[in-house]
Design a protein around this ligand. Sequence first.
Ligand SMILES: C[S@@+](CC[C@H](N)C(=O)[O-])C[C@H]1O[C@@H](n2cnc3c(N)ncnc32)[C@H](O)[C@@H]1O
Ligand code: SF4
Length: 334
Amino acid sequence: MTTLLDALQRPLRDLRISVTDRCNFRCVYCMPKEIYGRGYQFLPKEQLLTFEELGRLARVFASLGTSKVRLTGGEPLMRRGLEILVADLAKIDGLEVTLTTNGALLVERAEALRDAGLDRITVSLDALDDAVFKCMNDVDFPVAKVLEGIVAAERVGLPVKINMVVRRGLNESAIVPMARYFRERGHILRFIEYMDVGHTNGWRLDDVVPAREIVSLIDAELPIEPVEANYPGEVAERWRYRDGSGEIGVIASVTQAFCKDCTRARLSAEGKVYTCLFATAGVDLRDRLRAGATDDELAAAITDVWSARTDRYSELRSAETAGLHKIEMSYIGG
Ligand SMILES: C[S@@+](CC[C@H](N)C(=O)[O-])C[C@H]1O[C@@H](n2cnc3c(N)ncnc32)[C@H](O)[C@@H]1O
Ligand code: SF4
């Protein structure tokens, strides 16, 4: 197996593919309505990579050592026929295929996704209380429908994890109830520090609830202790309940950056490769694909991008970098 290393000796192990920049939610920390409201220009269909193009690129990435693909967006389940792509990716030897979704359309799609060969699923949910959740998704979407989606995924045998973004003043009150709820149901819940991705969410450091604070809030009610990482480069710091009833994860990308172990590349819906979530520019692969590039030529282009990679934005985060015109998460794929 090839191991492609970047300039800081980090291998290219994971690929996140944004299959659409559209979403049926308007989470205030991701696609605020003031920007993504009526009149916002999403990518036209012909600019999106086709499933065939995505399958080809995934194979080239796999030949360079990528062992995991995560489909994301925007909301990936808004891309029509996504199961067709999942089925194609699932055929690639040694490639794990996963998906991150807001769960809104999961009840209807869980079985088809499982049948297509999806390995695992992550569902995002920021609160159990409708009023709080609706304040965050900003489209009046009820908690119950997401919970039904989680149950549907579970029922068809898909391993499920839950992601919760914590934003000061909005959903800190949901931390302990969410921990309790998912502990009882045996799902790993991962708390994510609110990040300064993109430049439309008006991020301020004051809005971040640090991982340490999240851990101590939970520990006070449901005692927890740290656990070793499953593998080097695992983004979530693991904690387990002392009574043996399961574990949680904390993704402290702001207060404890993990750039030194970052093995992820990102492919935008229109085929640009980004080597950091906080990038300001990507390298286009779609034009090369559509101009008839061979697999070797595509591999060479990806190799060039990855070998030159020196990004460690989160470790360098400072007043200056906060003002950069960064790419939006919904476009680059969260
Ligand atoms: C961009 S979303 C795309 C997939 C899908 N729409 C979803 O919400 O799961 C992927 C993940 O990024 C998280 N996210 C979005 N904006 C974020 C921010 N500013 N800080 C931290 N996490 C964020 C979301 O909560 C979600 O778990
Ligand atoms: S976090 Fe996911 S669900 Fe929320 S607006 Fe962003 S892409 Fe949509």
